[in-house]
Design a protein around this ligand. Structure first.
Ligand code: HEM
Length: 148
């Protein structure tokens, strides 16, 4: 359908530098909810500031992982159910590290913010609507990890 084409086209525009775009997303996330910062700990070490976190190699790996999950959702728009088990397990892992399911709506806001910043004029209301739907489907699947 038209929404799938809009998603593919807009994601293709961002395909050059996933890490850069992920940084825009996570900078926004820490602006909106600084309490998420302590959830990112590598070797039990807490980051002193969002800036420190955003420049740590382990955190940049997490950014790449997030962008890869979004990329695979975009590749499976016709059959998102293929990803359901993977996403449910991913939800469980996030519950285990202390993420609250509610925080994923702030992540969603940050994703839309990143798309708006990075797509510029190409970020139409239709594009926003299409991404909101896709993101909701991904979160719904991850949420199952909290329920069980
Ligand atoms: C792993 C935190 C959002 C995808 C992790 C880990 C932490 C974490 C602490 C384990 C350490 C690491 O691998 O870096 C968070 C927090 C989030 C968030 C606080 C937002 C509130 C997301 C989102 C996605 C995602 C939105 C993708 C849609 C992943 C993946 C892994 C991971 C793929 C690796 C899982 C594995 O090892 O199998 N996350 N995350 N994360 N996260 Fe997140």
């Amino acid at each position: 359908g038209g929404q799938r084409a809009l998603i593919r086209e807009s994601w293709r525009r961002l395909s050059g530098s996933p890490e850069q775009h992920g940084l825009v997303l996570f900078s926004r996330l820490f602006d909106l909810d600084p309490d998420l910062l302590p959830l990112f700990q590598y070797n039990c070490k807490q980051f002193a500031s969002p800036q420190e976190c955003l420049s740590a190699p382990e955190f940049l790996d997490h950014i790449r992982k997030v962008m890869l999950v979004i990329d695979s959702a975009v590749s499976h728009l016709e059959n998102l159910s293929c990803l359901e088990e993977y996403l449910c397990n991913l939800g469980k892992k996030h519950q285990a590290v202390g993420v609250k399911v509610e925080s994923f709506s702030t992540v969603g806001e940050s994703l839309l913010y990143m798309l708006e910043k990075c797509l510029g004029a190409a970020f139409s209301p239709e594009v926003q609507e299409a991404w909101s739907k896709l993101y909701s489907a991904v979160v719904k699947a991850m949420q199952r990890g909290w329920e069980s």
